[in-house]
Design a protein around this ligand. Structure first.
Ligand code: PHE
Length: 343
């Protein structure tokens, strides 16, 4: 190889570049001179010659590099000059591409479930009311006839907060305190539902969480009976789970209702025949309810003889049944792969 060949080769390459009229032609010049078997590349092989002195090798290497860099610079300049002008000064932007559609968000499955529950109660004439998540012991317990020695007031059942103004502040353990707040400001008749988050220091597992949601119901007015309570909840269950859904009421105890009951839904997986989900029982517990206790009406200064019913249902439980979700923790982990499944 003759060293003198290098400069003319570079000149020839630059000339070819100036004649190139599109990017493809520029690429052809690159391949011809700097490709794997390019005219310059092949001459670079001389550097492998064992007879070459180290000094000579260094000098030649430098020269090759200079030529290579010079040609690479010319190549990229020519390529840029021939590229279609994009909006950002010379960058390639294909304006016919469809672009990036914005990611559309969606409601959390718990919010969706609450919306469904509320929609049915709205259609039955209930108004939606909200209350605070941070409550006083008075609203959460005392006014609801929950006595001082009741276990739900213990530390293991309630998150107490420290406050400078009040010593009895806590994260509400149920939505029932909103009954008190609403009744203190309104006179019957009325019928309301109250969705919201509640907190209990339960150890977390597949069916328990320290936070969950409830929908509370309260209807007060002349002549309201337990029959009305059953009718309203049965209508809601059919709207929520389909016309074959049935409810069963079992006697229970709540300090703020008398009589009280727990409401079981006929298992929607086996049609109440008994399966793994319902533990072979055919029924799934989903709510607590009853006739408002006279002591509660007394706490809000309602007249003796006032009647009404109340209920409280667990939203996570209902969402898990609706969608066949087996672990309550999925609702709170913010895993987008889970959340995407609820369009
Ligand atoms: N507050 C009760 C609970 O959290 C549910 C309930 C509400 C029961 C209203 C009766 C009436 O378990």
């Amino acid at each position: 190889m003759l060293e003198e060949e290098l400069d003319p080769l570079l000149e020839a390459a630059v000339r070819a570049l100036s004649e190139a009229t599109d990017v493809a032609a520029v690429e052809a010049v690159r391949v011809r001179y700097l490709g794997r078997r390019g005219e310059l590349t092949e001459r670079f092989a001389v550097l492998q010659d064992p007879t070459l002195s180290a000094q000579e090798k260094a000098r030649l290497g430098k020269k090759f590099n200079a030529i290579k860099q010079s040609l690479e610079k010319s190549l990229s300049e020519r390529k840029a000059a021939l590229s279609p002008q994009g909006i950002s000064g010379g960058s390639v932007a294909d304006l016919t591409l469809p672009g990036h559609p914005p990611e559309v968000g969606r409601l959390h499955p718990i919010t969706q479930t609450i919306e469904r529950i509320l929609a049915i109660f709205r259609s039955l004439g209930f108004a939606v009311v909200l209350g605070p998540e941070v409550e006083t012991e008075y609203h959460n317990f005392d006014a609801l006839n929950i006595p001082a020695n009741h276990p739900s007031r213990e530390n293991f059942d309630t998150f107490y907060l420290e406050s400078e103004r009040e010593t009895d502040v806590l994260l509400r353990s149920h939505t029932s305190p909103v009954q008190i707040r609403f009744m203190k400001r309104h006179r019957p008749p009325f019928q309301i539902v109250v969705p919201g988050r509640v907190f209990r220091p339960d150890a977390t597992d597949a069916t328990h969480s320290f936070q969950f949601h409830q929908v509370e119901g309260l209807a007060v007015g002349p002549g309201v009976t337990f029959g009305d309570l059953k009718g309203v909840l049965a209508a809601w269950a059919k709207g929520m789970f389909g016309s074959s859904a049935r409810l069963r009421f079992r006697p229970h105890h709540f300090p703020f209702t008398e009589p009280s009951a727990e409401g079981d839904l006929s298992c929607i997986f086996c049609g109440a025949k008994g399966c793994r989900v319902c533990g072979q029982k055919g029924w799934l517990e989903i709510l607590g309810c009853g006739m408002v206790h006279p002591e509660v009406f007394k706490a809000v200064d309602y007249l003796p003889g006032t009647v009404g019913f109340a209920f409280g249902m667990g939203v996570e439980r209902i969402a898990m049944l609706l969608h066949g979700i087996e672990d309550i923790r999925l609702f709170f982990e913010n895993d987008i792969r889970f959340l995407r499944q609820f369009p």
